[in-house]
Design a protein around this ligand. Structure first.
Ligand code: TXA
Ligand code: MG
Length: 366
C-alpha cells in the first residue's frame, strides 16, 4: 500500500456518511492505511498511532520534517492512560471540561508510543475531537489515531472536503467528506508537563477560557506567531517551520491599527504601480475603494473570521494573486489563533531571506 493508485472518496449521502463505508476506512487504518478525515477544527491525515511505519508514511506524504511531532487522537479518556505515564491533576480537569473539543494536551509519553509520532521527544500530545465522523472512525479503528493537519507541509490547513480532494487525491487511501470545518483553525496546544501549564499554540479554544478553568497559563513567546524564525529554541518543534503559506501569493499582514484601510490601500497602489496583482482580505468594518476584496466577516464575530481564514487564503492563492494584503484583528480570544496563523503565513523564513540576500549580493557583484 505504498502509493495508493486510487484514493477512495467517502462522500456524504443526505448529509451522512454510511456506517458500512466508514468501517472500511477504519479497517484500512488498522492495516496501516492513511485516512484523511474531518474534525471540528481542520481536516486531519490519520494513521494508526501505534504503527510506526504507517505514521512514517504520513510524514513522507506531507513532506513533514521528522522532528515535528503529531497529535494522537482518541475517542475515549481511558485510552490516554496507555499513551502517557501520568495525567497531572490540571490536565485531568481540562479533559473533563473541554473534551471532546479543540484542546490538545502535551503529557509525558509512555513506551507504547513510537518515537516517530513524537519526533523522539519524551512527550506526547493528545486530543479527543468532537466531530462525530472523527469519533466513530477512531472508535471503529480500535486504536489511537496520529493525525497532523491534512495539508501538505507548509501550506494552509484544509477546512473543506473539496480542498482535501484537490490536494490529496492519489496520495492517501481514503478521504472522508465532512463538509466545511466548524471551527476552521486548529486546536489549542497546552504543555501540561510544567507546574504552570504553557500555551504552545493558540487555537479553537481561547486561552482565556482555559485560565478560567485551571488558573494561570503561561504563554510561550512563539505562540503569538512572531518568533519562529529567530533561531530561539522552541518547545513545540512545529513552530520553527514556515507554515500556512499560500503556494503562489505572498501574504502581507497589517496588524490591527486605526485607519488600517488607508495603510492597505496605499500599499496596494504601490504594488499596482510596480505591475503586481493584489487581493485584499478584510473585515466587514474596513472601508476600501477599488480592487479585489474578500471579506472575512465582522470584527465582532472573530469565530466567523477563524472559520473562513484558511479557505479564503486558499481561494486567493488559487486565483494566483502576487500579493494578499490581510487585515489583522484583536489578538485575544479566538483572534489570537487567527493572528498566529496570519503572522506565520506572512513570515519570510530565514533560509529564504538568506538566499534572497545572497542572490542580491551575487547580482551586485556581477
Ligand atoms: O486541530 C488540530 O490540532 C489538528 C486536527 C487534525 O486535530 N491537528 C493539527 O496537527 O493541527 P499539526 O500536526 O498540524 O499541529 C500539531 C502541533 C505542531 O505545532 C506540533 O509541533 C505540536 O502540535 N506538537 C505535537 N506534539 C507535540 C509535543 N509532544 N510537544 C510539543 N508540541 C507538540
Ligand atoms: Mg499543521
Amino acid at each position: 500500500m505504498d502509493r495508493p493508485e486510487k484514493t477512495v472518496l467517502i462522500r456524504r449521502i443526505k448529509g451522512r456518511i454510511q456506517r458500512r463505508r466508514l468501517l472500511t476506512a477504519a479497517e484500512s487504518l488498522r492495516r496501516g492505511g492513511i485516512v484523511v478525515f474531518p474534525t471540528e477544527t481542520v481536516y486531519g491525515m490519520g494513521a494508526d498511532a501505534l504503527n510506526a511505519a504507517a505514521v512514517s508514511r504520513v510524514f513522507s506524504i506531507k513532506g513533514r520534517p521528522l522532528d515535528n511531532p503529531v497529535i494522537v487522537h482518541v475517542a475515549d479518556r481511558s485510552e490516554v492512560d496507555r499513551l502517557c505515564i501520568e495525567v497531572p491533576e490540571k490536565a485531568g480537569a481540562l479533559m473533563d471540561m473541554f473534551w471532546p473539543g479543540p484542546l490538545t494536551l502535551v503529557l509525558r509519553k509512555s513506551d507504547a508510543v513510537p518515537g516517530v509520532v513524537t519526533g523522539n521527544l519524551d512527550t506526547v500530545s493528545v486530543r479527543m475531537p468532537s466531530n462525530e465522523i472523527a469519533l466513530s472512525l477512531i472508535r471503529s479503528a480500535r486504536t489511537p489515531v496520529a493525525a497532523p493537519s491534512a495539508n501538505l507541509s507548509g501550506r494552509p490547513s484544509i477546512t473543506a472536503f473539496v480542498e482535501a480532494v484537490s490536494e490529496l487525491k492519489g496520495k492517501v487511501d481514503f478521504i472522508i467528506d465532512g463538509g466545511r470545518s466548524r471551527i476552521g483553525v486548529e486546536s489549542t496546544v497546552i504543555d501540561m508537563t510544567h507546574r504552570i501549564p504553557r500555551l504552545l499554540r493558540p487555537g479553537g479554544l481561547p486561552v482565556e477560557e482555559i485560565e478560567l478553568a485551571v488558573g494561570r497559563i503561561s504563554i510561550h513567546p512563539s505562540a503569538r506567531g512572531f518568533t519562529e524564525y529567530r533561531g530561539a529554541t522552541t518547545p513545540s518543534p512545529g513552530m520553527k517551520y514556515r507554515h500556512y503559506a499560500p503556494e503562489h501569493s505572498r501574504v502581507l499582514l497589517f496588524e490591527k491599527q486605526p485607519r488600517v484601510g488607508l495603510a492597505i490601500s496605499r500599499t496596494r497602489d504601490r504594488l499596482y504601480a510596480s505591475g503586481h496583482t493584489v487581493a485584499m482580505l478584510l473585515t466587514d468594518e474596513t472601508p476600501i475603494s477599488g480592487g479585489v476584496v474578500l471579506r472575512l466577516g465582522s470584527r465582532k464575530e472573530p469565530e466567523v473570521i477563524a472559520r473562513r481564514l484558511f479557505s479564503s487564503l486558499r481561494k486567493l492563492d488559487r486565483s494566483g494573486f502576487d500579493y494578499i494584503l490581510a487585515e489583522g484583528i484583536a489578538d485575544e480570544g479566538i483572534g489570537m489563533a487567527v493572528m498566529n496563523r496570519l503572522r506565520r503565513a506572512s513570515a519570510v523564513p530565514v533560509h529564504t531571506a538568506g538566499e534572497e540576500a545572497g542572490r542580491r549580493r551575487k547580482t551586485a557583484q556581477r
